[in-house]
Ligand binder design. Structure first.
Ligand code: NAD
Length: 350
């Protein structure tokens, strides 16, 4: 049985990735600091599964990481752990530098030392996969797409900290030979996303009949990818990606924020109309734009498609319907996030 050390596996994408990996009979050691974004409720189905070992801790804790590597001897480290919300990075950038830069550096150093201790075959097979974002490339005008050759030009403290971590990952390959892979993915959506991000936030507010805040004129464009397709891309890169390379991951699904919000409103109106009969689109409220808000992101994922045969399997229209239905069926999960009880229980558990 393969063993993977996954960091940030109680978060949105990491949680989806861990649930899937265990189903595939991979032993996962899941290291997560359980910040506000970490939610062990997501992992409830793995509670008594011996293939999942949950460890509450920080990627920046070198002694802890060293001990986990020595004890579990993973075949790969997959780094999802990060501070991930752009708005929070504007209010407090220091936490982003701490986890995304300093934390990733500590994880790299301990992984390098572990990797060096392996025999030749183990060193050959080992991989460190770093999960990153398309936001490192900055913003686009009306045309063009980000390729792996696009120069980095991060515009928010979040994307700047992710860019720094990508550079450290690259440097650990060039300097020490660590077999690294980096994926730069567009905006994800799907089940278990924390309701501060656009799609789950809008679903929660629209269900409650509350105003639906949309930044600026709502015309900012993001390239949306269903989380299951992102997880498949990561697995594929891990399996067959060329060491030292980066791979862009995207859904070929550019949508203006306003289009996304409208799609959610229509799906919810069809499934669960508001009692007063109002169309939910009437709840859309434009709010002051986010400072430095990138206008458009679009990903050219042709390298990943050409070299590794990956392609998204879920269209935006299918994925957004799956997501809305998931949130409707899993209101208890959402409610425990919204009322804070997902954290209280954790404190209760010590
Ligand atoms: P998330 O905020 O939902 O989850 C992050 C997880 O990391 C949480 O469980 C949190 O508790 C944990 N964490 C934070 N600091 C930690 C630390 N110091 N040590 C250990 N664990 C820590 O984020 P997400 O949306 O799942 O994103 C996961 C990764 O994918 C991030 O690296 C992010 O930059 C990247 N990414 C996200 C998207 C997206 O659309 N969400 C797109 C591309 C790339």
């Amino acid at each position: 049985m393969a063993t993977w050390l996954v960091t940030g596996g109680a978060g949105f994408i990491g949680g989806n990735f861990v649930l899937d990996a265990v189903q595939r009979n991979i032993k996962v050691v899941n290291l997560d600091a359980l910040t506000y974004a970490g939610n062990v409720d997501t992992l409830a189905s793995l509670e008594n599964d011996p293939r999942h070992v949950f460890v509450h801790g920080d990627i920046g804790d070198g002694d802890l990481v060293e001990g986990l590597l020595r004890e579990h001897r993973p075949d790969a480290v997959i780094n999802f752990a990060a501070e991930s919300h752009v708005d929070r990075s504007i209010d407090g950038p220091a936490a982003f530098v701490q986890t995304n830069v300093v934390g990733t550096l500590a994880l790299l150093e301990k992984t390098r030392d572990y990797w060096k201790s392996l025999d030749a075959a183990g060193r050959d097979a080992f991989r460190f996969l770093h999960v990153s974002t398309d936001e490192v490339y900055g913003t686009l005008g009306e045309t063009g797409k980000f390729t792996e050759e696009t120069p980095y030009a991060p515009n928010s403290p979040y994307s700047a900290s992710k860019a720094a971590s990508d550079h450290l990952v690259r440097a650990f390959h060039h300097t020490y030979g660590l077999p690294v892979l980096t994926t730069n993915c567009s905006n994800n959506y799907g089940q278990y996303q924390f309701p501060e991000k656009l799609i789950p936030l809008i679903i929660a507010r629209a269900l409650a009949g509350e105003p639906l805040p949309v930044y600026g004129d709502g015309r900012n464009v993001r390239d949306w990818l269903y989380v299951g397709d992102h997880c498949a891309a990561i697995r594929r890169v891990l399996e067959a990606g060329r060491v030292g390379e980066t791979y862009n991951v995207g859904g070929d699904a550019e949508r203006q924020n306003l289009e996304v919000v409208t799609a959610i409103c229509r799906l919810l109106d069809a499934r669960q109309p508001l009692v007063d009969g109002r169309a939910r689109e009437s709840l859309i409220t434009f709010v002051a734009d986010r400072p430095g808000h990138d206008r458009r992101y679009a990903i050219d994922a042709s390298k990943l498609k050409r070299e590794l045969g990956w392609a998204p399997t879920v269209t935006f229209e299918e994925g957004i319907a799956i997501t809305v239905d998931w949130y409707l069926r899993n209101q208890a999960w959402v409610q425990r996030v919204l009322d804070g009880s997902y954290r209280l229980e954790r404190i209760g558990q010590g």
